[in-house]
Design a protein around this ligand. Sequence first.
Ligand code: DON
Length: 309
Amino acid sequence: MKCTTEQELVKLVKRSKPFTKDGKVADYIPALEKADPDKLAIAVYSKEDGCLSAGDVGETFTLQSISKILTLALAIMDAGEDHVFSRVGKEPTGDPFNSIAKLESQVPSKPLNPMINAGALVVTDLIHGETSDEKVGRILQLIHDMTNNSSIGINYEVADSEFESAHLNRALCYFMKQHGLIDNDVEMLLEAYTKQCSVEVNCKDLARIGMVLANEGRDPETERKIIPRYIARIVKTFMVTCGMYNASGEFAINVAIPAKSGVSGGILSLVPNQMGIGVYSPPLDPKGNSIAGIKLLENFSSQYELSIF
Ligand code: DON
């Protein structure tokens, strides 16, 4: 299916550009505040056309919470589906991504899903590796395989900035360690988690990762299996139910395709069996999702009738 052209993407970027004036760049991780709020980009990867893009596609940014879908896939490959979901649930929360509230009210304590911070921390704990570097090395290998870009690495300024300021994530970890949900040393885990969140990519990388998931875990060029199909399906389902946190319901109605956001302003999205999509715009709404990024995805989805429902 011929879906779009770069000229059409340029028009879509232009239409969504005014929304970059809304919202606020994340500052609770101090290094993220340096992002340029005017940037807006989209990349679309399909088997037919390869990668098409428009806007500020040269911009790089850190994965932040987008990394949670990749670590979930890796943790299931490493520890098995049953073990992973004995430690983390499958239900949306209705609470913000960093909320601690339901950890105490759930008995026995267990994070509600792997997309919120508590759940993602438990997931990273389950990835094989004796040290944080070993865990992160394996996460990077998966990202290199999915993007076909082995130059992707970590932005250490962002990683250090988050490690120093991650008081809430530390609190979540120590609470969960007390409740037997975390096996490893908390500081080692936080080092791995902050590095996974600080992997630096561009929109084209996001689009290719999306395409691998859309292609049921296989490389779109070689058809080599990177992630088992059942795991790619689990990941895509979490993207629909929890990928935009407590805005996932509204997003499912307005945009109607799987997506995962990060506080850097990136969103990874996809249309099953058709394409991967990456968008980037740093200013966020109060729930931590990119405002212009969502608008761009909404316009793109409605123009090409991409709804999966
Ligand atoms: O743990 C954190 O708070 C960040 N490293 C990631 C949060 C995030 O990206 C939420 N997304 N919209």
